[in-house]
Write a protein that binds this ligand. Structure first.
Ligand code: CAO
Length: 415
């Protein structure tokens, strides 16, 4: 079966996480992704957090599936010529170097336009234009600058970063959408364009409900679904909301049977208004369904702590899966807190390709996250990440270089 992005060639000049997640998605949709790396070293993640000596790390392999790898020293004049040939042949150049690095290499937007006016140049940067535009940025910096950290955690503790890589993988997703959109516009305009996804902007986009709450707070001075209500205090900025539900349906994380020894024996419980009477029945507090202090969402808000404490008395008598089964029968929204071990072993996720096992020549078999976006006419087959420079000869031949020229360039240290 053909793939959605068949025929699209990506010059993948990305490294670490944010850029590679973007190009991996494009590869999963069928694009030919040619990853350019420095000879001898390659993407720094190949050697970071290694669990097997001298073998590409899981960090690298899990971000670079379905790609080809070529080595080019793009600061070497002959290496530059090879990169120029690739620019002429490809549709999109994706990069996430520190600000200005591509220009310093001599590949300004103007130069790339001269070489290929149809080229789309897509970049991840930490910040957009402004006071921080020259800064290098990693995941947690973006989480802090994008509003995630100040609004995550508990009121009596410091800001907290989340394990979800919303700065890196999140921005990679944003960039991928920008790229396919620019490719679509090119079908009408015939021209390439620049695509920028700044990590701060990407994180903020995912934190939009907190900007909503900032404005609500400024208008009313209080947010009744936050745990600070009714006994705590609100300041000038959106406070950390603990595990409170972001929306209008109050929720909290509650202990389940075994919580004393299992750090993940918890369930997320939402007191959704339409099923309030069912919740009262399940936990044995039938009288709350009609009691004016508990019967309506507004009446419940000042009592949320007590309500969740009562529900927790019930959830603590069940395992998280037992509780889930009972609550689902009554359409009460809830979710078990799943550990990574439980997720890795979940058969339904293997069946859908959300988690896949991949074989690698030096690493052997390992698990990875498959394509979370499923297209019915463009199924994803996850293939292993390339070894460093595995496809240099193949790609050089496609660019028209003879084996003798390739070997001379290699001797000169250009590839
Ligand atoms: N041949 C020759 N030189 C190469 C090359 C190649 N194939 N590939 C990269 N280089 C050079 C770059 O040109 C750059 O040289 P200069 O500093 O002389 O311009 C140099 O390698 C280092 O690149 P860098 O500054 O991007 O890398 P770094 O490790 O110092 O910084 C990072 C890493 C991620 C902080 C920075 O790239 C960055 O801020 N990127 C944008 C934001 C981003 O994507 N962050 C998320 C990273 S994932 O957590």
């Amino acid at each position: 079966m053909s793939k959605a992005l068949d025929g699209v060639r990506i010059l993948d000049f990305t490294h670490v996480q944010s850029g590679p997640t973007c190009t991996q998605l494009l590869a999963w949709f069928g694009a030919d992704v040619i990853k350019v790396e420095r000879a001898g070293a390659g993407d720094i993640t190949r050697e970071q957090l290694r669990d097997i000596p001298d073998v590409d790390s899981l960090y690298f392999t899990m971000l670079n599936h379905n790609k080809r790898s070529v080595t080019i020293d793009t600061k070497n004049p002959e290496g530059k010529q090879v990169l120029e040939a690739l620019i002429q042949k490809c549709d999109v150049l994706v990069e996430n170097f520190a600000p200005g690095a591509l220009d310093r290499m001599g590949f300004t937007w103007e130069r790339i336009q001269e070489l290929n006016p149809r080229m789309i140049v897509a970049s991840v940067k930490g910040f957009g234009p402004g006071p921080y535009e020259d800064c290098k940025v990693y995941e947690n910096v973006a989480q802090c600058a994008g509003g995630a950290a100040s609004t995550t955690g508990f009121d009596d503790g410091p800001p907290v970063v989340t394990g979800a890589q919303i700065g890196d993988s999140g921005t990679g997703l944003h960039l991928a959408l920008g790229i396919v959109t620019a490719l679509y516009q090119r079908t009408h305009s015939g021209r390439g364009q620049r695509v920028l996804a700044a990590m701060q902007d990407g994180v903020l986009n995912l934190c939009r409900v907190k900007l909503r709450d900032q404005q609500r707070l400024e208008r009313t001075g209080v947010m009744k679904e936050y745990p600070q209500y009714p006994n705590g205090e609100f300041g000038e900025a959106v406070p950390r909301a603990g595990n409170a539900s972001g929306g209008g349906q109050p929720g909290w994380i509650l202990k389940c049977k075994g919580w004393e020894t299992d750090p993940n024996a918890y369930i997320y419980f939402i007191t959704q208004a339409p099923v309030w009477a069912k919740i009262c029945n399940v936990i044995g507090k039938e009288e709350w369904a009609t009691d004016p202090d508990y019967a309506t969402p507004a009446a419940r808000l000042p009592h949320l702590k007590d309500i969740f404490a009562e529900i927790e008395r019930w959830t603590m008598t069940k395992s998280k899966f037992e509780a889930m089964q009972i609550l689902n029968k009554y359409d009460i929204p809830c979710g078990p807190i799943l550990s990574m071990k439980e997720i890795a072993e979940e058969p339904s996720l293997r069946k859908t390709g959300t988690i896949v096992e991949v074989d690698h020549p030096t690493r052997g078999k390992y698990l990875t996250v498959g394509n979370p976006i499923k297209l019915s006419d463009s199924p994803t087959e996850v293939t292993r990440s390339p070894l460093l420079g595995e496809h240099t000869d193949e790609v050089m031949a496609e660019l028209g270089y003879s084996p003798e020229q390739v070997s001379a360039l290699r001797t000169a240290g250009a590839i």
